[in-house]
Design a protein around this ligand. Structure first.
Ligand code: ZN
Length: 439
């Protein structure tokens, strides 16, 4: 399969790029094998003076907050290029698709192992820490000579698609940037249909979509990876499958389908999100949730009419074990920095087969959802470093458990014992905003 190569880029500009590179450079090797850790982790893994405000203060009011320290689309291209060039052939970066507005969607592949792991971030463009966590992970894995890195490279094939909705990311909003007219131009069979239910044309999370409508790309998936949009399936609902009408979901579907053909199945699929800023711990309403996780997104296909064909491959216990590995890693980190321990289970009563996680779970992948606290319009980049680190710690623990095979010995019952997410006490937020801030 011919890959479209990105042109090499050498020029860096903008505070964001410099900030990222300054914090994410590979560590200089020393006696304690610091190549196992990003250079800044020794600070981030210890309590900071801002931690008490982090766990006790919150607002859901949309504000115009800075995001320039996050990695934007151009900086992502620069960083991926740098990581690939410095990796001595370990990391392969390809352009795998293009957004509706013509921005490159890249994948980074590393490792030669038999277990395929797909990781995506920023399907919602105002949920940005996942992209930075992926870059930190690639940065470490591309150069580390540690035994851990060698095991990962031997056992895993990791394919990351960071910032999969670059148009939404550049606008710092949830939806992509695409009109229904552009959809029907591409799929003429949909002319005359009602637009998809997840088409945003009004106000959402403080963003005005009336001039630049868009879709929630994370409701545009279908477990039938060969599905072609049909007029009778519109407008659909949140409990229905999606349609692959957005180029962003089609790109990830194509990557997933390619990995399925190559490996038989994708062992793990991880999708990195943010949730509302004001969810509290269930047993301590004075402390906010740092991160919610989940492995369950759809009802049991054996009991869902029309989904029976997915029952044989669906493996909820595998997803539960993966999430237990994430949880355990963060509880371990909480020994040094307690806010990493504020991890809860995302609501388990969701039935969303149109999400990437739902569709790929139905195809047999173990699935992991990360929902770190606060979107950019509520927290901005205020806690970017610690939230990115929380994602990193969870990913690192989970991937280590998969690479070693230890994950198979974990008990799915431990997943059910993870504390449920408490209520959101951002009381002045509208119901619409609360609903939209979930996943
Ligand atoms: Zn999200």
């Amino acid at each position: 399969m011919a890959a479209i190569r990105r042109p090499a880029r050498a020029v860096l500009a903008g505070a964001g790029a410099f900030a990222l590179i300054a914090t994410a450079s590979p560590a200089i090797a020393g006696p304690a094998d610091p190549s196992d850790l990003p250079a800044y982790s020794t600070q981030l893994d210890r309590p900071q003076t801002t931690d008490s405000a982090f766990v006790t203060e919150c607002s859901e009011e949309p504000r115009d907050l800075p995001i320039n320290e996050f990695t934007d689309h151009r900086e992502l291209g620069v960083e991926l290029d740098r990581i690939e060039r410095n990796s001595d052939g370990r990391v392969d970066v390809e352009q795998v698709g293009m957004s509706n507005r013509g921005r490159e969607i890249w994948s980074a592949r590393v490792g030669t192992g038999p277990k395929a792991v797909l990781i995506t971030s920023e399907i919602h463009g105002n949920e940005k820490t996942g992209t930075d966590a992926i870059l930190d992970l690639l940065d470490w894995l591309s150069t580390s000579d540690s035994a851990k890195a060698k095991r990962w490279l031997k056992e895993l094939t990791i394919v990351a698609v960071p910032k999969m909705n670059p148009d939404g990311a550049e606008l710092d909003r949830r939806g992509n940037d695409m009109t229904w007219e552009e959809v029907t131009a591409r799929f003429p069979q949909l002319r005359g249909s009602e637009p998809a239910w997840n088409y945003y044309t009004g106000s959402l999370q403080g963003d005005d979509y009336s001039d630049r409508p868009g879709f929630d790309t994370n409701r545009d998936y279908h477990p039938d990876l060969n599905y072609v949009p049909r007029a009778e399936d519109f407008p659909g609902t949140s409990e229905d499958t999606g349609w692959y009408i957005t180029p962003e979901s089609r790109t990830v579907r194509d990557v997933y389908r390619g990995l399925t053909a190559e490996f038989g199945e994708v062992d793990v699929y991880v999708d990195l999100h943010h949730q509302g800023a004001c969810y509290v711990m269930p047993d301590d309403p004075d402390e906010f949730v740092t991160l919610s996780i989940s492995g369950k997104f759809v009802d049991d296909p054996a009991t869902m009419p029309g989904y029976e064909q997915y029952a044989a491959n669906y493996d909820l216990d595998h997803s539960k074990r993966l999430n237990v590995a994430v949880y355990n890693a963060l509880q371990g980190a909480a020994n040094n920095r307690p806010l990493f321990g504020n991890v809860t289970l995302y609501p388990q009563d969701t039935n969303l087969p149109g999400t990437g996680l739902g569709s790929f779970a139905l195809n047999g992948s173990g699935t992991v959802l990360f929902e770190v606290r606060g979107q950019t319009q509520t927290l901005g980049q205020q806690y970017r470093a610690v939230l990115t680190r929380a994602v990193y710690i969870g990913l690192d623990g989970m991937l280590s458990a998969v690479a070693s095979g230890r994950v198979d010995k974990l008990d799915p019952a431990d997943y059910d014992a993870i504390p449920p997410r408490g209520p959101s006490i951002g009381s002045d937020a509208s119901q619409e905003r609360k609903a939209a801030s979930q996943q």
